[in-house]
Design a protein around this ligand. Structure first.
Ligand code: FES
Length: 147
């Protein structure tokens, strides 16, 4: 399966790239298998993600899914953002080749990690909202949506 036009577009012209100077939540996750790293910055006001950006050291699919994920959570409430699954990001990109599905898991986890950081900075335990953020090697079974 080749990359879709939307994947190629978000890879070649990623949206919301870079650091967000006034972010109040920053999450970083890595894929232990490939070593790729994704960092997500969010600015939350009144429970709404008013701005978001990312920096991804990773493959083209990781960059495209980061970019699409930022577009999908901008302007959304924290609850809505936490419901965003890697599958929804993939669907918004019209699909990913099966060997690249794990890259989209990073985007879902990076959002959760950024929200967890936001809650922690507010003095709130993020675990009830975000759960445990695990790095998935997809080999031993885990809680990610692919296993
Ligand atoms: Fe590492 Fe895609 S190969 S995130």
């Amino acid at each position: 399966m080749a990359y879709t036009e939307k994947v190629m577009d978000h890879f070649a012209n990623p949206r919301n790239v870079g650091e967000l100077p006034d972010a109040n939540g920053i999450g970083e996750v890595g894929n232990p298998k490939c070593g790729d790293i994704m960092r997500m910055y969010i600015k939350v006001e009144n429970n709404v993600i008013t701005d978001v950006s990312f920096k991804t050291f990773g493959c083209g699919a990781a960059i495209a899914t980061s970019s699409m994920a930022t577009e999908l959570i901008k302007g959304k409430t924290i609850d809505e953002a936490l419901k965003l699954t890697n599958r929804a990001v993939m669907e918004a990109l019209d699909g990913l080749p099966p060997v690249k599905v794990h890259c989209s898991v990073l985007a879902e986890q990076a959002i959760k990690a950024a929200v967890a950081d936001y809650y922690t900075r507010q003095g709130i335990d993020p675990t009830p909202f975000v759960g445990k953020i695990e790095e998935c090697d997809h080999e031993h079974g885990c809680s990610c949506t692919e296993c």
